[in-house]
Design a protein around this ligand. Sequence first.
Ligand code: HQG
Length: 218
Amino acid sequence: MRRRPNQADAPRTTFGYRQIMAAHGTSKLSKFMSFILRHRPDTIGLALDQQGWASIDELVLKSNAAGHSFSRDDLIHVVNTSEKRRFTLSADGHRIRAAQGHSVTIDLGLSKQEPPTVLYHGTARRFLRSILSDGLTPQARQQVHLSVDEATAKIVGQRHGDPVVLTVDAHRMHADGFQFYVADNGVWLTDHVPSEFLGVSSNDADSATTSRHPKLSR
Ligand code: HQG
């Protein structure tokens, strides 16, 4: 059974977004858009299509009707200034979707890709024991998220607490038939990473942990 969507994505206010954007930049509106487009479009009566797309006009209209006041220009500003390129616009400019991170069931329609030799996953140290037992699983999202570089993975891990970066032997996984996808924003996605393909980055290796899990010493 899926866990409830990550409430951290949910905005805590219903103030007009123009005031919010003036005070806090675009992050509140970006969080609201992530919440709607990844997790709970139903909260404003919006339906995503099978590949996660929503009409921009409908998103703005229904958000405004639900008390979240922002314009199409505000939305486009968020898309264009998102460092992580969280949102993708359709070629005709009429639709928008979250590039990754969904908990709602959709199919991004990405094609399989050969991954780099090593990918990285940032997590919190307190999750290590469970991860070493079950591997990386998608939790509330549709897929496991992996980064191409260690620095990005560390930032991802910091969202959860004391960060630790895991290495993923993507080359061996791919050779063994596991499938990899790359989202529109460069985040790598896969369904599950069994623990035999995981290691702890040498910068993060904790002697107590690695000694209990010899395969992580490498
Ligand atoms: C952990 C952000 C226990 C996993 C980021 C992670 C990313 C396990 C947490 C995107 C586990 C899930 C996704 C297991 C995995 N036992 N814990 N077996 N398997 N976990 O937020 O990857 O800023 O759903 O290590 O940048 O942290 O929102 O996934 O710590 O790209 O655009 O369970 O979200 O993007 O947490 O982050 P999340 P994530 P945005």
